[in-house]
Design a protein around this ligand. Structure first.
Ligand code: NAD
Ligand code: TYD
Length: 350
């Protein structure tokens, strides 16, 4: 029996990875380790919760003893590590939480794998899921490749860069079988509405201002989350130890253009006159240290492992809007409680 540990499986991307692994590999047993922070939500996994090859474990990766015990108890073959504090704006107001989970939590997992796997790394793999934000910001041209020097600017990207360095250090120092991927911005269902796309969908639906930072000229490269989950599956099974793979959509959008496209789709779906939702666009104070442009060159992943994105952005965005419009209960649950305070602090006190 191949046991797979997925950390952060109750979050946005993690839930798509868990679903894919549970459904595609009945011969594997999938363990989802998640602390269920504000970003973790078991409702994301209702459809697989009772699958015979799935177990949820509530726990915190910053707790070294707990992590060691879990590894000692289960002889994991693969680890797919996604658990993280993931929102740049939160990292600006509370960097320490990012150091704890993203850096200390990652090193706890590496230590446990090294300890429990010692003497038998054969066939094992520690897969660290990271971000393109570690490479810093681009000007109008160029793309991030796997050789681009790290140059993180936000506390979030600095913590992810640090965790990437630790993962490589465990490979180079102890021979731990690791693989890393750095992906561009994801979008799709189950995305917590603190990030641009789900926040805008939620606000448009409720006729609330759509906050656009600065002039809306920053550029992001958007990838459908299920394409990311598929890339993770391919890299887990076919990637080479010690390698890094960039994952991206070749799909760059200026924030303001993306918001206009979203408004157009929402007008259509909500039966509003064209142009109605765009009236909600509100330019607000820019994010501190706001990276201007991200763009990923995913050539290596295509040429070495044959992965390419499957969905066009307009199609994916429409699917995403449909999901949010038909999952009001999910949205109600995640936007009650802590979310209200976050929203007031982040947007109404700016
Ligand atoms: P998310 O914030 O939606 O989910 C993070 C999950 O980790 C949550 O379920 C949370 O409960 C869990 N978690 C947080 N702290 C924990 C702890 N101490 N112990 C155990 N579990 C904990 O994040 P996401 O957007 O799904 O991102 C997942 C991973 O992918 C992260 O490592 C992130 O850096 C990376 N990534 C994200 C994007 C993106 O666009 N969202 C792009 C590239 C890479
Ligand atoms: P976000 O979804 O937070 O992802 P990241 O910062 O990891 O790229 O933000 C995407 C882009 O949208 C980024 O340039 C910041 C901008 N943005 C806004 O303009 N308004 C918002 O309310 C948010 C959350 C983001």
């Amino acid at each position: 029996m191949i046991k797979v540990l997925i950390t952060g499986g109750a979050g946005f991307i993690g839930s798509h990875v868990v679903r894919r692994m549970v459904n595609s590999y009945p011969q594997y047993h999938i363990f989802n380790l998640d602390a269920l922070t504000y970003a973790g939500n078991l409702e994301n996994l209702k459809d697989v919760a009772s699958a015979a090859n799935y177990t949820f474990v509530k726990g915190d990766i910053t707790d070294a003893a707990f992590v060691q015990n879990l590894f000692a108890q289960h002889d994991f073959t693969y680890v797919i590590h996604l658990a993280a504090e993931s929102h740049v704006d939160r990292s600006i107001s509370n960097p320490i939480a990012f150091v704890m989970t993203n850096v200390v939590g990652t090193v706890n997992l590496l230590n446990a794998a090294k300890h429990v796997w010692s003497g038998s790394f054969e066939g094992r793999r520690f897969y660290h899921v990271s971000t393109d934000e570690v490479y810093g910001a681009l000007g109008e041209t160029g793309m991030f490749t796997e050789e681009t020097k790290y140059d993180p600017h936000s506390p979030y990207s600095a913590s992810k860069a640090s965790s990437d360095h630790f993962v490589r250090a465990y490979h180079d120092t102890y021979g731990l079988p690791v693989v890393i991927s750095n992906c561009s911005n994801n979008y799709g269902s189950h995305h917590f509405p603190e990030k641009l796309i789900p926040l805008a969908i939620h606000n448009i639906k409720n006729n609330k201002p759509i906050p656009v930072y600065g002039k809306g000229e920053n550029v992001r490269d958007w990838l459908w989350v299920e394409d990311h989950a598929r890339a993770i599956d391919v890299i887990l099974h076919k990637g080479k130890n010690g390698e890094t793979y960039n994952i991206g959509g070749h799909n760059e959008w200026k924030n303001i253009d993306l918001i206009h496209l979203l408004c157009k789709i929402m007008d259509k779906k909500l039966g509003r006159a064209q142009g109605e939702s765009a009236k909600l666009i509100t330019f607000v104070k820019d994010r501190a240290g706001h990276d201007m442009r991200y763009a990923i060159d995913a050539t290596k992943l295509k040429s070495d492992l044959g992965w390419v994105p499957s969905l066009q952005f307009e199609e994916g965005l429409e699917k995403t809007v449909d999901w949010y419009l038909s999952n009001q209960e999910w949205l109600d649950h995640v936007t009650s409680g802590e979310y209200k305070k976050y929203y007031t602090d982040q947007y109404e006190k700016r």
